[in-house]
Design a binder for this molecule. Structure first.
Ligand code: NAP
Ligand code: ZN
Ligand code: ZN
Length: 349
């Protein structure tokens, strides 16, 4: 039987999120149903509900950093059982047949329906998807992750988006000893980038708007910390980095950041601001630098990231909040006043 559960939803770009009810589908043969215990607040939730990426399909129930405990499994499910600690990230299905799906890059699915987002998307059954700001969810077992025992459920939630979004490019560009990595923006994504890059053995520099969070940045694993509001920073750090991970949710002067790369260095765009940014040719061509981008990670890589975090003791710094605080939390994220991820206690939904 489909189930009615409480959720927090946005009904327009300007109204605050409010409590509502949504329906969760029947548990199919390949489905896992779980009680959501915690859901992280990602800046992408805010871009979406504020229609900064185009008009979403309201009501939007955001949340793609979801951790909980299995309550029911379908008859054909082999990987999970009732009581297991599980998570779901940014997508709940994909075509499973295209070149990218077969390669474990489901986030770049080019097949029919593409990657089906955890919210503001359409499921295989044709109904709208609703995310983690809710009491429970039903997801195909192939898109469910196992949360290692060493990671508490509240800390596990942000790994499902912020964690994998930084882990994937760090692995792709082979971060490790001898590599100089800069993380731009010390928010939800950025602080995971610092922790993960340090755990992989890279030398990490934080580039933040001010020095306000310097003590935190150094504690999280950075060796250096600079304020980007200080023009001297860009003079001093010219030609310094092998890899720059830009996690900023707003437009930056990309040319200024490109010029901080060494020859053959790469700037990976992870932030998804509302408006386009321009790329000046000289700082790019002048040192054979590259500009790239990266989006979350595939299912197998997300599981690898969770296991890596358990092994290396890498967990996000979180502030657990009641669901009724969600609108204030959004304001604080927008003011860069988050240390470093808000996580909703789903029992308060
Ligand atoms: P967040 O917690 O708000 O962090 C963003 C950080 O960027 C802030 O803490 C701030 O760091 C810096 N910042 C904000 N406004 C700025 C401005 N005007 N100028 C310079 N720096 C500014 O957000 P998040 O959840 O980490 O997400 C960051 C971005 O990544 C969003 O656009 C989100 O949609 C996107 N995202 C992308 C993916 C992907 O797969 N590529 C996945 C998840 C999220 P400082 O205070 O240190 O300067
Ligand atoms: Zn996200
Ligand atoms: Zn596909």
């Amino acid at each position: 039987m489909s189930k009615t559960v409480s959720a927090y939803a946005a009904t327009s770009a300007t109204e605050p999120l409010a409590r509502t009810t949504i329906s969760r589908r029947d548990v199919g043969p390949h489905d896992v149903a779980f009680d959501i215990k915690f859901a992280g607040i990602c800046h992408s939730d805010i871009h979406t509900v504020k229609a900064e990426w185009g008009a979403p399909n309201y009501p939007v129930v955001p949340g793609h950093e979801i951790a909980g405990v299995v309550t029911e499994v379908g008859s054909e499910v082999t990987r999970y059982q009732v009581g297991d600690r599980v998570g779901v990230g940014c997508f709940v299905d994909s075509c499973r047949e295209c070149e990218n799906c077969v390669a474990g890059l489901e986030q770049y699915c080019t097949g029919r329906g593409g990657m089906r987002g955890t919210y503001n998307s359409v499921g295989r059954d044709g109904s709208p998807t609703y995310g983690g700001y809710s009491q429970s969810i039903v997801v195909d077992e192939n898109y469910v992750l196992r949360i290692p025992d060493a990671i508490a459920l509240d800390a596990a939630a942000p790994l499902l988006c912020a964690g994998i979004t930084l882990y994937s490019p760090l692995r792709n560009w082979k971060a490790g000893p001898g590599m100089s990595v800069a993380v731009v923006g010390l928010g939800g994504l950025g602080h995971m980038g610092v922790k993960l890059a340090a755990a992989m053995g890279a030398e990490v520099t934080v580039l933040s708007q001010s020095l306000k969070k310097m003590e935190d940045g150094l504690r999280l694993g950075a060796s250096h910390y600079y304020a980007t509001s200080d023009p001297d920073t860009f003079k001093k750090l010219r030609n310094s980095f092998d890899l720059i991970l830009n996690t900023v949710s707003a437009n930056l002067d990309l040319g200024a950041y490109l010029s901080l790369l060494k020859v053959d260095g790469t700037l990976v765009e992870l932030g998804m601001p509302e408006h386009a940014m321009t790329v000046p040719p000289f700082p790019l061509a002048g040192m054979r630098r590259s500009l790239s981008g990266s989006m979350i990670g595939g299912i197998a890589e997300t599981q690898e990231m969770l296991d890596f975090c358990a092994e290396h003791g890498v967990t996000p710094e979180i502030e657990v909040i009641d669901a009724s605080y969600v609108n204030e939390a959004y304001e604080r994220v927008l003011a860069s006043d988050v240390r470093y991820r808000f996580v909703i206690d789903a029992s308060t939904i």
